[in-house]
Design a protein around this ligand. Structure first.
Ligand code: PAF
Length: 283
């Protein structure tokens, strides 16, 4: 695996792979890799000749109340994991390489960025859209892969790439990879490490409450009382609060008050102790 830290080194490495006629898949990450990330890498390997992974803890997607410095950084461990997975290229720029002095451009995606996590984290999706736009331009992959766990992020990136004409020529496809779950259904997340053993047990009620709500919707229950019952289930199970529990159109994320047959998604963010967990499922 080749590790590159400057745009110039990256260009040379990507040109080298391209000269060999290899297709290239990109998996953007902020590091602290877990099984969910490795699943993206394996999926990328099955879809392209070579895989590039970026590790960049992007400061512009952290709000003033979010602790950027506390975000886990484990470059040596991450690099060893990626090497073992057969990744060809690790793109690991520093902040000054990504946002040099004088940097002044921001990509802002309206609509799909605004509700749900966007409402609780102002500016977060601008930071995500900006850095992913830059990563696409820098790496010019054939394919980019993102976890469906961050469904709103995936929707924002799809909108941004379509609107800025990045899907072709730079990226021929953006591929969402289904959420990897623990045996009890809890979605894998780097935030799960902050849960105490008791909270970890309670956290499994999140996917359970969601599955119950989906079953109720399919058997004809109305949306508003179903969502209210799901919220009550979570509070009863020990969650401190529910930031949102929404049924939405899967692509636009516009809230739905009934099922129409178009793809819909149940999206939830809830806090357990000081940890905010998010999850989403197809309905
Ligand atoms: O999901 C993430 O890890 C980040 O938001 C991403 C897509 C790598 C952009 O920094």
């Amino acid at each position: 695996m080749q590790t590159v830290t400057t745009r110039e080194m990256l260009r040379t490495a990507v040109d080298g792979l391209r000269a060999e006629g290899r297709t290239l898949a990109l998996v953007p990450t902020m590091g602290a890799l877990h099984e969910g990330h490795l699943t993206l890498v394996r999926e990328a390997k099955s879809r392209a000749d070579s895989v590039a992974v970026s590790i960049f803890v992007n400061p512009t997607q952290f709000g003033p109340n979010e602790d950027l410095d506390a975000y886990p950084r484990r470059m040596a461990e991450d690099s060893a994991l990626l090497e073992k997975e057969g990744v060809a290229l690790l793109w690991a720029p520093g902040v000054a390489e990504m946002y040099p002095d004088g940097y002044a451009t921001n990509v802002s995606v309206s609509g799909v960025s605004e509700g749900l996590c966007g409402a609780a984290r102002p500016g977060h999706f601008d930071g995500v859209a900006t850095v992913v736009c830059k990563l696409f331009n820098q790496v010019r992959p054939d394919l980019a892969l993102f976890g469906e766990k961050d469904w709103q992020q995936l929707a924002v990136i799809r909108r941004m790439a379509a609107d800025l004409d990045l899907v072709r020529p730079h990226v021929s496809a953006i591929h969402g990879v289904p959420t990897v779950r623990e045996a009890d259904g809890l979605a894998l997340s780097s935030r799960n490490q902050y849960l105490s053993p008791e909270q970890r047990q309670q956290a499994a009620e999140l996917p359970q409450a969601m599955r119950d709500a989906i079953a109720a919707l399919h058997s004809g229950s109305a949306v508003a009382p179903t969502l209210a019952a799901m919220e009550a289930h979570l509070l009863q199970a020990g969650f401190a609060s529910v930031d949102y529990a929404t049924l939405a159109d899967a692509a636009s994320l516009v809230p739905l008050d009934s099922l129409s047959g178009a793809p819909a998604r149940l999206l939830v963010a809830a806090r357990i102790g000081g940890t905010r967990l998010i999850d989403n499922m197809a309905v």
